[in-house]
Design a binder for this molecule. Structure first.
Ligand code: NA7
Length: 557
């Protein structure tokens, strides 16, 4: 029976930014590859999250592939921050241009993946009842792909429409004339709120924690702007590869505390006016490491909120406190705070007026029933680990990945976890992941993984694993780096604090994209230091030997 199962070199899970590039790069390196995608189209995060107002909050010049100068030159971005729809169109174009669709089986989930030790192959079982073996498993499942429910009693009783931003329906709902409630004010909630305000009968915002929202300064791009960007692409990308956040932004060293009040005010004002995601963090070198320096930025933004929001009671509720600026992802919006000056928008501060339960007609708070026709859950994700632990992944000795990570995810370099050989994580826990430009990080990971696969092929190696000591040392380093910052002071999804019961360990690597890239390259140059490589061992490993001799695994799909 098992001999009937086809074998490829690599199974890629997901057809978003990471999955598409993995398919292309691994295929172009001469490996056979099969990808599975749960959705019926290309796009990953952007496919599932095309809620009203969904946009990337990095500039399009940075949040896009850099591997093809031709692609960079031909794609016409319409806005500084493209919408989910435009990003999907871009990714569809990439899939067509590089002939990637033929490698993707849509509407198919990988339900389980088990490492067959005797063969050094992964056996994946999919939701269509089929199975496939592969030398390598590359889950490109994204860090924000398993929606987190809001854990509020009575959800199932609501008789209106209800949607999670991370599972937005393909057919756009209508909003006109409806009383809509939005639970959650992270990046997704903020985008939904500023987009739907004024487009429905009434919008009620249920806010548990007020966030820092800075201006987006989104604008349509002119042909001249595109031309200028194209002319500097090469330089921009080269710089991005060595910076801390994977974008061409220098981080200063000077202290906010040593600057005069006038200097600080001028820099903060400039950051507000010429906003971008890193703007305030770029003002001084200690914004993310010194509580007093951070307070200065936080207070500057609170002052802006007080000025914009006319009703002082509402403004007070919108002031973010309880975590340092930047330690939860700041949100970008050009009119978020203005929205609360409208008569058809109201704010429920859940700290003073908690939700009691969801009922058929709406939401019951401690102050009474708020009737709603539509409920939007912008309550976030089981981030960074959820997509992997929701697949039944079993490594050496049948160990489940979800069991191994029960007390917190551990990886070596964010690329591999011990006991799960030949499984590479893309922007996984322990890598800079969401704290750097994701598209740049994805390319770096996939390039490294593919080079590693080629090295193994060329050296007759059939198994690559790492050791607990390596991942412990790496995760200790990840914790040590974060302890030098203020990030641990926030109950953020970076440390699993948003999911009840999830172990709270800070997972992204804060050492910087450029440093991390160097470290990965160094490890590879030293013959994959910290990894354990196993050669094919004679006839007992027929598939492995074939793989080594032919440079490819046997079989194909
Ligand atoms: P986030 O950033 O995790 O935000 C989720 C929001 O939902 C946040 O305001 C939460 O409040 C709120 N939330 C979660 N559960 C509840 C319950 N039970 N009741 C009330 N409010 C709740 O997710 P997003 O989708 O907005 O953004 C994720 C990332 O996408 C973002 O960081 C960018 O990188 C892009 P809390 O703060 O936990 O009190």
């Amino acid at each position: 029976m098992s001999q009937d199962i086809k074998t490829v070199d690599a199974i890629v899970i997901g057809a978003g930014f990471a999955g598409l590039y993995a398919i292309k790069h691994i295929r172009d390196a001469g490996f056979t590859v099969q990808a599975f995608e749960a959705g019926d189209g290309i796009g990953g995060t952007w496919y599932w999250n095309h809620y009203p107002g969904a946009r990337v909050d990095l500039e399009c010049w940075d949040y896009s592939y850099s591997f093809s100068p031709e692609l960079q030159d031909e794609w016409e971005w319409s806005h500084r921050y493209p919408t989910a729809q435009e990003l999907m169109a871009y990714l569809e174009h990439v899939a067509d241009r590089f002939k990637l669709r033929e490698k993707i089986q849509f509407n198919t989930r990988v339900d389980s993946a088990e490492f067959i030790e005797s063969e050094n192959l992964w056996l994946a079982r999919t939701s269509d009842g089929k199975a496939l073996k592969a030398r390598f498993l590359v889950p490109a499942t994204g860090g924000l792909s398993v929606p987190k429910p809001p854990e509020i009693p009575g959800i199932e009783t609501f008789k209106g429409e209800a949607y999670h931003t991370g599972r937005w329906p393909r057919k756009e709902p209508t909003y006109e004339g409806k009383r809509i409630g939005v639970i959650g004010t992270g990046s997704s909630g903020v985008q939904v709120i500023h987009t739907l305000a004024g487009k429905c009968k009434h919008l009620t915002v249920f806010q548990r924690t007020a966030v820092f929202v800075v201006p987006a300064k989104n604008y349509p791009l002119t042909p001249e702007m595109r031309q200028r960007a194209r002319a500097t692409y090469a330089e921009r990308r080269a710089l991005s590869r060595i910076t801390r956040f994977g974008i061409p932004a220098a981080m200063p060293n000077d202290s906010a505390l040593e600057a005069t009040p006038e200097e600080r005010q001028a820099k903060f004002e400039n950051a507000w006016i010429n906003s971008q995601l890193l703007g305030f963090r770029q003002c001084f070198g200690d914004i993310l490491s010194d509580g007093k320096a951070n307070d200065l930025v936080a207070e500057f933004i609170r002052d802006k909120i007080r000025t914009i929001v006319k009703n002082p009671e509402t403004a007070k509720k919108l002031l973010p406190y309880g975590f340092p600026f930047g330690t939860k992802r700041p949100c970008l919006s050009d009119n978020y705070y203005d929205v609360f000056n409208r008569d058809d928008v109201s704010l429920v501060d859940l700290k003073s007026t908690p939700i009691v339960r969801i009922v058929p007609d709406g939401i019951e708070t401690t102050e009474g029933l708020i009737e709603l026709d539509m409920l939007i859950y912008a309550t976030g994700y089981d981030a960074l680990t959820g997509a992997l632990t929701h697949i039944d992944v079993r490594g050496i000795g049948g160990q489940r990945l979800s069991d191994k990570w029960e007390d917190g995810a551990k990886t070596y370099l964010g690329l591999m976890t011990a006991g799960f050989p030949n499984l590479f994580t893309v922007t996984g826990p322990g890598s800079p992941g969401p704290l750097a430009n994701m598209s740049m990080s994805i390319e770096q990971h996939v390039d490294w993984i593919t080079d590693c696969m080629a090295y193994l092929r060329n050296h007759g190696i059939v198994r690559i694993d790492t050791e607990p000591a390596q991942e412990n040392a790496w995760m200790d380093h990840v914790q040590e780096v974060v302890s030098r910052t203020l990030y641990e002071k926030a109950n953020s999804w970076y440390r699993g604090a948003n999911v009840p019961g999830k172990p709270q360990i800070f997972l992204p690597y804060l050492g910087g994209h450029g440093n991390y890239r160097n470290k990965c390259d160094e490890v590879a140059a030293m013959g994959y230091q910290g990894f354990v490589l196993t050669r094919a061992s004679g006839t007992g490993d027929a598939a492995a030997s074939r793989f080594a001799e032919a440079g490819l695994a046997g079989g194909s799909v």
